[in-house]
Ligand binder design. Structure first.
Ligand SMILES: Cc1ncc(COP(=O)(O)O)c(C=O)c1O
Length: 412
């Protein structure tokens, strides 16, 4: 066994695999694709299904209390003071569509976004620009050719961040970004981008789906106007639910749908239809309809509670230690992939030689029960607390085995 065996201990957190049901021998290093459900989240979902078998168990107050609990937990996770500024959304694209709907981008103004950013934070802005005559500024990495994918690394991030900052001008209405590139973890300087957005009066809109929960979010420093997260990755929740913070800029906005649950007095079921219809305060107006989903909501809550119990800083420290060990493995260096630890340790891309098809490598890794993704030219690896050194070891071994096949068999 290689030097990678052993148990990381960092920030008090050790491997949490026993809280999950991943089978032995399954090296699932793909949280950026979707997290496995923990036993706790699974149990909450099963209890949620069972509850509706006998609906008398569902109180009218349950329509509100659980949703408000989820708001509070998410607010705590991101460091926001007001839970009422958190809306419950079914997807990142839904949350970002709400943001775009309530942001003006007239002709002569522009939206600055990142090349090949995840489309949930692009499509709504493209439509906005198409309809209003604004310009969508898609900023690529200047050190990478148009045909090449992004390449994570301090040099690339520095050049890319500079290009993004240069693209923001007095006519910028929105800076729509993600903290790290979803394909390979290239890190964007949110602090500098946020400062610049505020300087020119632009809305600062962050898709946190690939970051929040995996590393601490410095809310006070970053001060987003909107922060949108799907739950099924780093929030360890189920599919089709998430949360979004909306700042004061969006206090008087118009939601995508007019859910009766978002109106003041809607908790009094006996007089529904008689109220005037004022929205409840903050961002609640942006909630998806049927917010009080009695299966997904308890699962979402269970995942958030678990993250807060672990502590995001400790989760991040644990993951960083695994990734550091992987990059110190001589086998990775032998493949030309080793060296310094990537700038994002929970999501990073391994860039293979140009003649090697990463999809072929991925298929070969699957044969060895090592599960990662391919995004662009990169093999994307994304560990979490259910991973341990044996997963990193399996990845290094499988990569070595896959790469020992003649490159003619691995090429496109
Ligand atoms: C950065 C990012 N945002 C959002 C999503 C999911 O978007 P949606 O919830 O709109 O399906 C993904 C999925 O891979 C992602 O990588």
């Amino acid at each position: 066994m290689s030097h990678l065996t052993g148990h990381p201990e960092s920030g008090g957190l050790s491997c949490q695999k026993e809280l999950f049901s991943l089978p032995d021998g399954c090296h699932y290093i793909n949280c950026a694709y979707m997290s496995p459900l923990s036993k706790r989240v699974e149990a909450a979902g099963i209890a949620g299904v069972r509850r509706k078998v006998v609906p008398s168990r569902i109180e009218e107050s349950d329509f509100f209390t659980e949703v408000d609990e989820a708001r509070s937990l998410f607010a705590r996770l991101i460091g926001a003071a007001e839970p009422a500024r958190v809306a419950i959304i079914p997807s990142a694209s839904y949350g970002l569509a709400s943001v775009a709907r309530n942001t003006s981008v007239p002709a002569g103004q522009n939206v600055v976004t990142i090349a090949r950013q995840f489309p949930s934070n692009v499509h709504s802005w493209r439509r906005k620009c198409d309809e209003g005559g604004g310009e969508l500024r898609v900023v690529g990495c200047p050190t990478v050719s148009a045909s090449g994918g992004p390449h994570a690394g301090p040099g690339h991030s520095a050049a890319w961040n500079e290009a993004l900052l240069e693209a923001i001008d007095a006519a910028t209405a929105v800076v729509a970004v993600e903290p790290v590139h979803w394909t390979d973890g290239t890190r964007f300087d949110l602090a500098a981008l946020g400062d610049r957005a505020r300087e020119v009066g632009a809305a600062f809109v962050i898709d946190g789906t690939q970051t929040v929960g995996a590393e601490p979010f410095d809310f006070e420093r970053l001060r987003p106007d909107a922060l949108v997260c799907a739950a099924y990755k780093w929030l360890t929740g189920p599919y089709s639910i998430g949360a979004a913070y909306f700042g004061p800029r969006y206090d008087d906005g118009v939601p995508i749908e007019e859910s009766w649950l978002t109106r003041a007095g809607s908790d009094d079921f006996s007089s529904l239809g008689e109220q005037g219809g004022e929205y409840r305060p903050g961002a609640i107006r942006y909630d998806v309809g049927e917010t009080s989903n009695f299966v997904l909501m308890p699962m979402f809550i269970a995942g958030l509670e678990q993250l807060l119990e672990w502590g995001v800083a400790d989760i991040s420290a644990y993951i960083a230690r695994l990734t550091k060990a992987l990059f110190e493995d001589p086998r990775l260096e032998g493949l030309g992939l080793g060296g310094s630890t990537p700038e994002t340790t929970h999501l990073f891309g391994l860039h293979l030689p140009d003649d090697v098809d990463p999809t072929v490598i991925r298929a070969r890794l699957c044969e060895d029960e090592v599960f990662v993704s391919v995004r662009g030219r990169a093999v994307r690896v994304s560990p979490h607390v259910y991973n341990d050194m044996s997963d990193m070891d399996a990845l290094a071994s499988a990569l070595t085995a896959a790469s020992s096949v003649p490159s003619s068999c691995l090429s496109r």
